[in-house]
Design a protein around this ligand. Sequence first.
Ligand code: NZQ
Ligand code: ZN
Length: 385
Amino acid sequence: MLNFELYNPTNLVFGKGQIEKLGELVPKGAKILLAYGGGSIFKNGIHEQVMNNLKGHEVVEFSGIEANPHFETLMKAVAVVKEQKIDFILAVGGGSVIDGVKFISAAVNFEGNPIDILQKRILIKENAVPFGTVLTLPATGSEMNSGAVVTIESTKEKLAFGGSAMFPQFSICDPTVIESLPKRQLQNGVVDAYTHVMEQYLTYPHEGYLQDRIAEGILQTLIEVGPKVVENPKDYALASNFMWSCTMALNGLIQKGVPSDWATHMIGHELTAMYGIDHARTLAVIAPSLYKVMFETKKGKLAQYGKRIFHLEGTEDEIANEAINKTVEFFHKMGMDTKLSDYTKEYDDTADFIVNRFDERGWKGLGERQNITLDKVKAIVEMSY
Ligand code: NZQ
Ligand code: ZN
């Protein structure tokens, strides 16, 4: 097993009715910026619950953080935090609002141009404005990790950043919030979390036996509850297992001591930036092609995955190939289209565009062995058309 450090200071407050603890979780006497998205929290009553539990606190609201949050929007919130002398930020929403708040928190006291946080991927280790979250959409794991993804609208770049100061102080995760989610977002949540596990699991056989078993447990749980929770989001057993699986998929635990890939995400982010395709759907488009193009280096782990998750039999190559088919089948079951041409007809230059961008950024070797070179990226994207 590889050496590792496990640091995760987020106080995860999980379960029905836990929003009632909000008043105790925010710092006493803090002036709070309540940040949210396009208004779903008004329709489902979460805004009211939050305000009821923040009585006695001075609250300033910032609305309109869009899905795939924009740097330009977030900089407006940065100005509000400075003008209003905000002490604490509360993100109420899904991954986009939480990621947006991470950026705001990092940018307020950043010395220099905050766009560098994204374009130069600066690690944020200190001077962040403290923040907490009320999660309304299980998917990204952002509620318990220190990463975030922000889109620069003016350049159409979707870039990740993070650092040890980017963990939420607390996250309230009440599974009943999923009752108001549209089917499409529930489907997205399951596939995003599934792919998070795959990015950290589907590499090459290694000595992280426990990490593998935990990862497989999350995959099996998502396969078990995913299709059902989309049909019945009011079922608390399904909702709670779905939400906890999403958090566990990307709170750092399963990536400790093992190699990880993340190339599916890197390529997928480009598709969101170019075409506005939902994050999870870009992953369903790219992952199968990536597993095929990288078959020779991934087949050992693909075979383990095929045996343990789908109980497949045969030679290593047969099992590994069939495991890719089973993954695509699961994505289809979760309502995903798995070809880029299902989302846009203007895909002819996509591969070249992405390869050029990666080249400019110096991303010449992605994946667990840094062997997803630019020619491989081109092949992966072209295979996904
Ligand atoms: O804006 P509102 O009105 O709130 O509506 C949102 C939004 O339109 C709606 N929604 C959220 N909770 C709801 C609800 N509607 C009804 N009832 C509720 N309870 O759902 C829509 C999508 O929300 P969004 O936050 O964009 O979805 P998600 O949580 O999937 O987040 C996606 C973003 O997270 C990034 C993605 O790239 C993308 O930008 N990721 C962040 C990661 C991280 N920080 O670790 C890792 C991921 O791989 C991912 O890249
Ligand atoms: Zn993701």
